[in-house]
Design a protein around this ligand. Sequence first.
Ligand code: PGA
Length: 251
Amino acid sequence: MRRKLAAGNWKMNGTGSSLSELDTLANLHPNAAVDILICPPATLLGQAAMQVSTSSVSIGAQDCHADTSGAHTGDISAEMVTDVGATAVILGHSERREDHNEDSELVRIKARAAHAAGLTAIICLGESEAQRDAANTLDIIAGQLAISTPDTATADNTVIAYEPIWAIGTGKVPTLVQIAEVHDFIREKLTSRFGPEIGNAIRLLYGGSVKPTNADDIFTVSNVDGALVGGASLKATDFSPIITALEGATI
Ligand code: PGA
């Protein structure tokens, strides 16, 4: 009942020549049974959105400012993201939380701005290795989820991505039981806060070292509605088997 989503985060990678990957991806999945989203760096957003406008691929940003406009050198607003034809924005990625000191309060304000601009906010949560070792994972996730998710969240405008920080770019992946525990926990929190209709319809992505080799297994986990993929989304030929695995997932 939840349409699955394969989202790629290019992070600070890609120049004009990388845009051909979008054509390759669209050609490999012309009638995709899942949603496909690529989030290139801001410099490529407009060109990317124009290039995929008639294809199965959608485009998202990797961040936006909370204000609609103003004196914020170097930032882009949610309206600007919408204006160039992108439809989503990643918010609260652990690299933004770390590199730019973004906390969950700021993520919530940004998510509200994204919603007001008509964007889908992909809100990222995740514990550090030390927090997991100290058995604090669920407390951390509960806190990040409660504060980062605005009251304006609906199934159409919000996606939650669980990305354990220690699994991002490391090749380390939680066990399927560990992924299920967190995803089931997030689902329960969402249904109790937003009610069963919205809470059960918001999509939950897993992120952190998703590869063609482990995607099949990860997509069997309950309440995993797709993936947020970094490194393996840069090349269409790496991302494509992940999309195919998601299309084949039965749960
Ligand atoms: P990775 O990144 O797939 O390279 O581990 C995931 C992410 O940060 O979204």
